[in-house]
Design a protein around this ligand. Sequence first.
Ligand SMILES: [Zn+2]
Length: 346
Amino acid sequence: MNELIIRQPDDWHVHLRDGDMLAAAAPFTARQCGRAIVMPNLVPPVVTVDEAHAYRQRILAAVPAETGFEPLMTLYLTEQTTVAELARAAENPYIHAVKLYPAGATTNSDRGVRDPLAIDPLLAELARTGLPLLVHGEVVDPQVDIFDREARFIEQVLVPIRQRFPELRIVMEHITTEDAVAFIRTQEDGVGATITAHHLLYNRNAMLVGGIRPHYYCLPVLKRERHRQALLTAATSGDPRFFMGTDSAPHTQGAKESSCGCAGAFTAYAALELYAEAFDQVGKLNMLEAFTSVNGPNFYGLPLNESRVRLTRHPQSVPDYFEVGAAERLIPLRAGETLSWQAVRL
Ligand SMILES: [Zn+2]
């Protein structure tokens, strides 16, 4: 297959940032995706409905209006979040989910929740209203090896939350292990998972062999090849519980290429091309549209996009960097290399 036409995708997990980085990164998502679930981990985080509204306006101002891009806003759950604020969020047409970060798990997560099992009134309100809980699924216990943190989160946090709140709608974000795939497959309605393009394309060798490659460092961190294989099988299976979420997470070059570099890979510049490459690797391009453009809207109860995108097998080179403001650079994943697909909106 050298060409396919699919419905326009949506990105169900993306970091658009703020200020100069928002201006640099958001147009890429807007050109390719109809909608995106926008992560709230700004500094300070987006914790109230009013803050989400203000952020939404800044996003709309940063993207070309003709794209028709619709940011789907989220709130950042803290230990100070109130039941009343969640009730307001659930009634708000622009807010589509609430994000749970275990405190300290990833970029700008220090205001997250220290004990996710100690916020029952908040989880009960989400279950009552149907507003989905999006989870960064890693424990932060320093005793737990970083490669085991996702599997441990499932048993220590997710399984108990599911037992206490079976009605609660949950998306396990950016899953990276066969353990997470197995867990999601055992769940009934109301549980889904996003999978990034980079976790479908790369295992941890890409980050660590032949030198440390900071642009491949993300959280949850890349895992072993058998985990990548499990993710690829899940994403290309057509199972409606798995859908596209790039976790595209831009940082400036200096913040990545540092003695303590930030986690995050910038993939939004070519999200669909990267996913197409992963699906093509296993001969499953025919399953791409379900994953990128159908399963996500169905989970969130939103209509499918009506416009279409044409994907062509056509090598294109990736720029070495994108400008951020006047003085900074953003290095895309696979900078200076090639992509094998090209996506054009119809
Ligand atoms: Zn993320």
